[in-house]
Design a protein around this ligand. Structure first.
Ligand code: SF4
Length: 240
């Protein structure tokens, strides 16, 4: 059982060693989904965060127990085969964080060969190692950075990671936008509310970032409601 709050960089390294092996990464499903108007999705496991609202919470809590290793070649083959069958030319990795460290980042770069890609990331590793962003330039990608709070305490409560790491995803966002990559932030609208979103907007503006913020909506699975309660989060309870 992961104690919270934890050091997410340490967790990223531990998780990467569980889900990567000789350049191969663990996945548990390949599918077409309706998001973004139709996208082919490779579902993976392993994340430096353990968000109270994560729909893949159990797999990400114990990534060593789940999934099978796939080479980048096999992932590209599977994605493009589904894409051809469904008439979709847009791809993503979901279910967990694609970038856990150097090895998973290199794996991702090769999987991008599938075609037009949306990278969904929590921004932790790109924010802590901004030089990686260089490798994402001039690729056929857009990047959605999921922001877990509007300040340190809300970030810690939602992500399970120590509040000192709150700024890392914002650094990633800034660097990605600065490098001219199509990037935008997303938040869990039901948990941020208007006030949390306004506070985040103010924080971003202070950093010179003016951008739209996508609002996601909470899937209120019983385990999600229970996880939020365990973290002391009152849904609709307002801002901390
Ligand atoms: S960052 Fe995403 S994948 Fe990781 S725990 Fe949070 S919701 Fe789940």
């Amino acid at each position: 059982m992961q104690e919270v709050p934890f050091d997410p960089l340490q967790r990223a390294a531990e998780v990467e060693s569980m889900v990567m092996r000789d350049g191969q990464r663990k996945y548990y499903r390949f599918r077409a989904s309706r998001h973004y108007g139709g996208i082919v999705t490779a579902d993976t496991i392993g994340c430096p965060f353990l968000c109270a609202y994560c729909w893949n919470y159990e797999r990400n809590k114990c990534p060593e127990k789940e999934g099978e290793y796939y080479s980048t070649r096999d992932v590209v083959k599977k994605l493009t085969a589904i894409g051809r069958q469904k008439g979709i030319d847009l791809y993503r990795i979901s279910g967990a964080e694609p970038i856990l460290g150097q090895e998973s980042f290199e794996h991702l770069l090769q999987v991008l060969e599938a075609g037009r890609f949306i990278i969904e990331t929590n921004g932790l590793i790109l924010g802590s190692q901004p030089h990686l962003v260089e490798h994402l330039k001039e690729r056929n990608i857009a990047i959605r950075v999921s922001i877990k709070g509007w300040n340190g305490p809300s970030f810690e409560q939602l992500s399970g990671a120590k509040k000192e790491f709150f700024m890392f995803p914002l650094f990633a966002l800034k660097q990605l936008i600065y490098q001219g990559i199509d990037t935008w932030p997303a938040v869990m609208g039901d948990l941020f509310g208007r006030e949390g979103t306004e506070r985040l907007t103010a924080q971003l503006e202070e950093m010179g970032i003016r951008t739209r913020i996508e609002a996601e909506y909470l899937e209120r699975y019983p385990f999600v409601v229970s996880n939020l309660q365990h973290r002391g989060w009152k849904i609709g309870g307002g801002i901390r």
